[in-house]
Design a protein. Sequence first.
Length: 300
Amino acid sequence: MAGKAQHHVLVFEINTSFTRYALFADGRMGIPGTFATPNTDVDAFYEALVQVVRKQRAPLDGIAISMPGFIDTKTQTARTAGALKFLAKQQIGVELAARLGQDIPTWLENDANCAAMAEKMSGNAQKIDDFVLVTLDTGMGGALFLDGKLRRGKDWRAAEIGQMIVNYDSAGALPLHDFVSTLKLSQWYAEEFGGEAGEVLPSTLFQRLDDPRVRAIVERWVHYIAVGIFNTVATVDPEVVLIGGSISREPLLLPMIEDALDSIRDWKPFKTAIKRCRHSGNAGLIGAYYAFMEEVGVNA
C-alpha cells in the first residue's frame, strides 16, 4: 500500500535587505535559502518569488509569507509594508498565486506575529496564554498573545511597541524605534570613538563591556529597551516577556535588561519574567508555517 502523501508548504520571510525561504514537509523545515530582496520594483519582487516556487520539486499545498507592516489578515493585504513601501496595499499571496497561474492557498502575516506563533506552538510560550514578544533589530517590533490568541487590533496595528513616544521634553515626538534600533548602538559608538557607524557591528559591543565607555553606550541603549518593556507590561500585564531578534542571542543582554528594569522606580510591583525566545534565526519561517496551518491548513 502506498504511503500517505506528504504536505508541502513553502514559506517566505521577507525583509528589507533579504528574503529567506524554506519548504516544510509535514511540519519539518528544510534547509533555508536566501536571496536579496528586490526592494524598489514590484515586478522584480514577484519574479524573484516566482522563481523560488518554480524550483520546488514537490507540488505545493500552500504558500505562507512573513513580512513587516500592518497586515490585514481578513483581506490578506499589506496595508503598510515597513520600509518596503512599494508593497503597500498589495495582496501579496493572491498576486503571487495569480502570477504563478495556480489556485494555491496562501497566507500573509506580520513578522512579529509570526515570531509569537513560533514561540506559542513550539517555543518558550507553549504553556502560556498571555505573553508579549519584543524583537530587537532595526527597530523594536512587538506581538501580543492574549487569552490564548494573537491580538492584532482593529486596524492590524496592535503591539507596535517601537512607536511609543519617549523623551518628549528633550527629543519631541520621536518614537522608541529611534533609540532602540541596533543601528543606534553603532551610531553612538561612532560618536564616542570616531569613524563611521557602518563600520561597527552592534553585537560586537557586548564583547567589550569591560571598557567603561563601551559599557555606558550599551547600558544607555538597554535602558530604552527597559522603558519600552515597562510601559508594555504596565499596560497588558503578561505572564512573560520574550526577547527576540538576532542580538537576543548575546548572553549578557537579558541580565542587562533585568538590571535596567530593576533601576526603574515602579518596576517592583509590575515585575514580570523576561526570557529569550527559543526561536531566533528561523522564527519568521516557523511562525508563518504555523499561522498558515492554523488559518488555512491543507487537505488530508
